[in-house]
Design a protein around this ligand. Structure first.
Ligand code: PBG
Length: 328
């Protein structure tokens, strides 16, 4: 006697209409955040060769690109500044006339009602040695001296109009230091998003060109070690304890295990950052005709949603938002 399957999961995959109704995960444009680069002194946008399709913006082209992103329905933009002059303590970071702060005010004016204008809070773009903090005489990164710089940078960004500060430096105590500084000046509504489980490693390679990074060496004394997932959960819990409103896991796809564990362990929003190396790999393969670009990008965004991400920083934010809205 032939034995037929008693359970037929394929039934729920039989037509496009059935599959649409059965989808467990939906990524919507408002969950997407577009990282953008603005460079001081540029007269024309400058293409980032390691990230095809991405540019360092002038103030004007930044405004236009942010307006396009708002039109596409993205939830926010995350701004990174590339200064013309750098020094040991990253003075451009908390200078009210520094490029990041000036650009923030411009973006708030341009798109501040349509989406959440966010700023990267870290010193690496502003220091002449490229580290995320100030250095000790011996050349190490001085955690507690860096916290004072972050507190000052946070106030400059809040005064410039940033609604959400992305603390990406991986210094111990950074959330608490920044929260206390903001609260003392009355910026009680400024949102803190902590890059809690930010791993060191190779996936940030193309970003170095995007911000003209001055770094030689690596960030392994402050960013996390790739083998450690439990420690990522611990970092997220410490940040929530210090007052983080949102925690993040970064890079993205290679760390979805950590994302899912963090999601299960905290009750604040959990974000993911699909970083430059992830972007460039897909663009390179697509340019060679080896993969279907749009389908691959949409699959990857769905994977973040499935793992539990509440929002995703992705360089494809505006383009993908357009596809999602059109139901492509
Ligand atoms: C540090 C920072 C980095 C990225 C975001 N914030 C670089 C680093 O940690 O080395 C990388 C983002 C990307 O690769 O897309 N301010």
């Amino acid at each position: 006697m032939t034995s037929f399957p008693a359970r037929r999961p394929r039934r729920l995959r039989s037509t496009p209409a059935v599959r649409r109704l059965m989808a467990e995960t939906h990524v919507v444009p408002s969950q997407l955040v577009l990282p953008m680069f603005v460079r001081e002194g540029l007269t024309e946008p400058q293409a980032i060769s390691a990230m095809p399709g991405q540019s360092q913006h002038t103030l004007d082209s930044l405004r236009r690109a942010a307006a396009d992103a708002a039109e596409a329905g993205v939830g926010g933009v995350m701004l990174f500044g590339v200064p013309a002059v750098r020094d040991a303590v990253g003075s451009g970071a908390d200078d009210p006339d520094g490029i990041l702060n000036v650009a923030t005010t411009a973006l708030v004016e341009e798109v501040g009602d349509a989406l959440v204008v966010q700023t990267d809070l870290c010193l690496d773009e502003f220091t002449d040695h490229g580290h995320c903090g100030v250095l000790t005489p011996a050349g190490g990164v001085d955690n507690d001296a860096t916290l004072e710089r972050y507190a000052s940078m946070a106030l400059a960004q809040a005064r410039a109009g940033s609604s959400l500060l992305g603390l990406s430096g991986m210094m111990d105590g950074q959330v608490q230091a920044v929260r206390e500084a903001l609260d003392a000046e009355g910026f009680v509504d400024t949102i803190l998003m902590a890059y809690s489980a930010k791993y060191a490693g190779a996936f940030y390679g193309p970003f170095r060109e995007a911000v003209d990074s001055q770094l030689t060496g690596d960030r392994r004394t402050y960013q996390m070690d790739p083998p450690n997932a439990r420690e990522g959960v611990r970092e997220a819990m410490i940040d929530v304890d210090e007052g983080a409103d949102i925690v993040m896991v970064k890079p993205g796809l290679p760390y979805l295990d950590v994302l899912a564990e963090v999601r299960a362990s905290v009750d604040v929003p959990v974000w993911a950052y699909q970083v430059s190396g992830e972007y460039s790999m897909v663009e390179a393969a697509a340019a060679n005709g080896w993969i279907d670009r749009r389908a691959t990008i949409l699959d990857s965004l769905t994977a973040f949603g499935r793992a539990g991400a509440d929002a995703i920083l992705t360089y494809w934010a505006a383009e993908a938002a357009g596809w999602i809205r059109e139901g492509l």
